[in-house]
Design a protein around this ligand. Structure first.
Ligand code: PLP
Length: 436
C-alpha cells in the first residue's frame, strides 16, 4: 500500500518514508492511496481479541511489514484494555484511556514509537525526536518512547505553564527521555523545535525528527479502537449500526473513525463533538472554514482553532461539501453544558466522565434523533487527569489512580533553558546518545 499527499495524489511513498517524513514535502498530509476492505470473518467475528483485530487491520494497510514483526509491534503498542462500557440504555462509552498516560493518545504514540524503532534497528540507525508540548502530547510521547531502542527524545515544555501532573509524567522517566523546561511560552518551544529541524549545523551531526500528531503512523492505529468498539457492540448482541460520537480537536480521532467505516464496519452516522472551538461544526453548517485563535475550555486537549486533520477530512470526501455535511453532524458543547453533563451522568449512573468524554456524550444526546440506534462515544481520557474540572462539577476530589500517584512521587529531572537556539544547539550536540 502506498501513501499519498493530500495535495498531490500522484506523489506516492511507502509507509516507512511517510513515517520518517511526517509531513509530505509539498506541505500536505500523508493519507492511504486506497482503503482495503476487511473480510467478513473479521467484520462479523464473535471471538476476536484486541491484538488479533489490530493485526488484521494493520496488516491490510501495511503488507510490507513481515507478519511476526507487525504482530510484535501491535502487541507492544496495544498492551492495555479498550473496553466498551454501557452508560445509558443505548449509549456506550469506548474507554480508550487505560494506557500508561491515561489518554487515547497512548495508542498512536505507542504504535509510532515501536514502528520507528523497528525501521531504525533494521537500518542500524539512531534518531533524536524533538517534541514541543503544551501538556498532554509530551507525556504520551515520553511514555511511548521510554527505553525504545535507537531513539532519544527531547521534550520541550513551557516552564510553569503546564499542570504539575503533566510535568511529573514527562520529567520522571529518565533514560532516553530528556525533558527540557523552557523559560518561555509554548510558542517558544515550538519555534526551537522548528529551528532545530532546519538547522544545517545540527543536521550534519545528528539525525533529527519529530513525533507530532499529523504523522500517519499515529492516525492508522486509531482505526483499531473504533473498530474494536463496534466488534464489542456486536458481541453484546446489538446488531444495529451505531452512531459514533467523537470528541475532537485536531480531528485525528474523527478521521480514523471514518477510516474504520471505510474498511467495512457499518456506521450509521458520525458526530463531530467539539467544545467552544467550533471551527468544524461551523464549516459543516455553512460550508465556510474559518480557522481562528483557540479558546481555552475545560476540555483543553480539544482547544484547537485550526484543526490539522481538516485537510485529511476534505481529501476523504474529495472536497465535496455535500458529502461531508451529509455524513457528519457537528455539535459544539459549551463549558457550562460540559459541567452539566458530568453532573447529570454522575447522578443517573454514578459514572464520572472526563470533560472530553462529557462533550462527546452531550453532543450524542443532542444529535441522535431516534432512541433505538446505539451510540458509541469515545472516552478519550481518564477523569483523574482533570481533578479541577471534576471538583467544580461534583464538589469532591476524585481518587488518583496508582500509576499517576507513582509519577507524582518521583523526583523531577529536567534541564532548565532560556528559549535560545544557540543554547539548544549546543545541548543537542553535547548530549551523548543514551543507549537504551
Ligand atoms: C487529543 C485529545 C482529543 C482530541 O483528539 P483529536 O484527534 O485531536 O481530535 C480529545 N480528548 C483528549 C483527552 C485528547 O487528549
Amino acid at each position: 500500500m502506498k501513501f499519498i499527499s493530500t495535495r498531490d495524489v500522484t506523489y506516492q511513498q511507502d509507509f516507512e518514508t511517510a513515517l520518517f517524513h511526517g509531513l509530505a514535502p509539498d506541505g500536505g498530509l500523508y493519507i492511504p492511496s486506497e482503503f482495503p476492505h476487511l473480510s467478513t470473518d473479521i467484520l462479523q467475528a464473535k471471538e476476536i481479541t484486541l491484538p488479533q483485530l489490530g493485526y488484521a487491520i494493520m496488516a491490510a494497510f501495511l503488507a510490507e511489514i513481515p507478519d511476526t514483526d507487525l504482530q510484535r509491534i501491535i502487541n507492544n503498542a496495544l498492551n492495555f484494555a479498550i473496553p466498551l462500557v454501557p452508560l445509558y440504555d443505548n449509549l456506550f462509552l469506548l474507554e480508550v484511556f487505560h494506557g500508561p498516560t491515561l489518554a487515547f493518545k497512548d495508542v498512536g504514540a505507542r504504535f509510532m514509537a515501536n514502528m520507528l524503532s523497528y525501521f531504525l534497528l533494521k537500518k542500524q540507525a539512531r534518531v533524536s525526536i524533538l517534541v514541543a508540548t503544551s501538556g498532554d502530547t509530551g507525556s504520551a510521547i515520553a511514555h511511548a518512547f521510554h527505553r525504545i531502542p535507537a531513539v532519544d527524545v527531547y521534550i520541550l515544555y513551557p516552564s510553569k505553564k503546564i499542570t504539575r501532573l503533566q510535568e511529573q509524567q514527562m520529567t520522571t522517566l529518565g533514560d532516553n527521555i530528556h525533558a527540557i523546561e523552557i523559560l518561555g511560552t509554548f510558542d517558544d518551544c515550538q519555534k526551537l523545535v522548528k529551528s532545530a529541524l532546519l538547522d544545517t549545523a545540527l543536521k550534519e551531526k545528528k539525525s533529527l525528527s519529530t513525533a507530532n500528531s499529523i504523522n500517519i503512523s499515529r492516525l492508522l492505529p486509531q482505526i483499531i479502537y473504533h473498530s474494536f468498539g463496534m466488534v464489542q457492540l456486536k458481541q453484546m448482541g446489538n446488531d444495529l449500526a451505531p452512531l459514533l460520537s467523537v470528541p475532537s480537536g485536531n480531528f485525528g480521532n474523527l478521521t480514523s473513525a471514518l477510516y474504520a467505516e471505510r474498511i467495512g464496519f457499518p456506521v450509521k452516522h458520525i458526530i463531530a463533538a467539539t467544545n467552544a472551538n467550533a471551527i468544524v461544526p461551523h464549516y459543516l453548517k455553512t460550508g465556510v472554514f474559518t480557522p481562528s485563535p483557540s479558546k481555552q475550555t475545560f476540555s483543553n486537549a480539544m482547544d484547537v482553532g485550526n484543526p490539522s486533520n481538516f485537510e485529511r477530512l476534505l481529501a476523504f470526501y474529495h472536497n465535496d461539501y455535500q458529502q461531508i455535511s451529509t455524513a457528519i453532524t457537528g455539535v459544539s458543547i459549551s463549558d457550562d453544558a460540559t459541567l452539566a453533563e458530568i453532573q447529570t451522568t454522575y447522578k443517573k449512573t454514578g459514572y464520572i466522565l472526563d470533560p472530553h468524554a462529557a462533550v462527546g456524550v452531550a453532543a450524542a444526546k443532542l444529535a441522535s434523533q431516534n432512541k433505538t440506534d446505539p451510540i458509541i462515544v469515545t472516552a478519550t481520557a481518564h477523569p483523574a487527569k482533570f481533578p479541577e474540572v471534576i471538583r467544580r462539577a461534583l464538589q469532591f476530589d476524585i481518587d488518583i489512580p496508582e500509576s499517576l500517584q507513582a509519577a507524582m512521587d518521583k523526583p523531577k529531572q529536567a534541564i532548565l533553558m532560556e528559549p535560545n537556539m544557540d543554547t539548544f544547539r549546543q545541548l543537542l550536540l553535547n548530549k551523548s546518545d543514551v543507549r537504551a
